[in-house]
Design a protein around this ligand. Structure first.
Ligand code: SF4
Length: 236
């Protein structure tokens, strides 16, 4: 299958992404994903934290067997691994699990235990940023579940943009959705969601760095609580 991006230089690809971001600002999530599949074919994947499977479900409606990339940091809640396994078992997607170059034990031996408490930026770099960069080799575009309403740092998320760090097109098909939109989609389509979302967690990351949110807090307040850190480096 010949795709629209083949033969384009990086600069042309960046311009394509920025134009698509403007053109698709008012488009539905399915229309944005259809554009991504038409443009990138097999060089497009969805990434999922397995907080829920909404974007994976949307993408599978556009392209059966779409690649869904999951980062297994070694620090996930059992519920998150269970959600990944359930997605793999029941959805028409190809789940690809990425793992860091070092196991947790190897990291502990090299850097000391609980690096996440002492230097979470380095821990995220070793366990999230590096493996994603390795795993995205071979793709020219990736989709995320980022939403503008999640936090101030995500308020400007384009539906299609340019990922300067990885030199790839980054697609956020539900950027304009609210939490109510997500909840309605999960209910309407019976989409798998992490059980922790029913247990006080509004955003699910690694167990040592995630707590339940309190009334009135934004969805990501439970991530790296008490620290200035708000993002793991995958999106900033
Ligand atoms: Fe390490 Fe916490 Fe980052 Fe997970 S979220 S990679 S445990 S610092």
């Amino acid at each position: 299958m010949t795709t629209l991006q083949e033969g384009r230089t990086t600069e042309e690809l960046k311009a394509l992404a920025e134009q698509a971001g403007r053109d698709l600002e008012e488009a539905s999530a399915l229309e944005i994903l259809q554009w991504a599949v038409d443009t990138f074919g097999e060089q497009f994947c969805v990434t999922s934290s397995m907080e829920d499977a909404v974007v994976a479900h949307l993408a599978s409606r556009v392209r059966k067997g779409v690649d869904v990339v999951f980062l297994d940091t070694g620090y996930h809640f059992p519920e998150t691994i269970g959600t990944r396994d359930a997605v793999e078992a029941v959805m028409d997607v190809n789940v690809i699990t990425l793992t860091p170059r070092r196991t947790v034990a190897e990291q502990d031996a090299e850097y000391g235990p609980k690096l996440h408490d002492r230097d979470p930026d380095l821990c995220c770099k070793l366990r999230k940023v590096q493996p994603l960069e390795d795993g995205l080799n071979g793709y020219r575009a990736w989709a995320t579940g980022l939403r503008r309403d999640e936090s101030a740092t995500r308020a400007g998320t384009p539906v299609v943009g340019w990922d300067e760090k990885r030199q790839k097109v980054k697609i956020s098909p539900i950027a304009r959705w609210t939490q109510d939109d997500v909840d309605a989609y999960i209910t309407e389509h019976g989409v798998l969601a992490n059980p922790l979302l029913m247990d006080g967690y509004a955003s699910v990351g690694c167990a040592p760095c995630t707590r339940r949110v309190l009334a009135g807090e934004d969805a990501r307040a439970g991530r790296w609580a008490g620290r200035a850190k708000t993002e793991c480096g995958l999106h900033g």
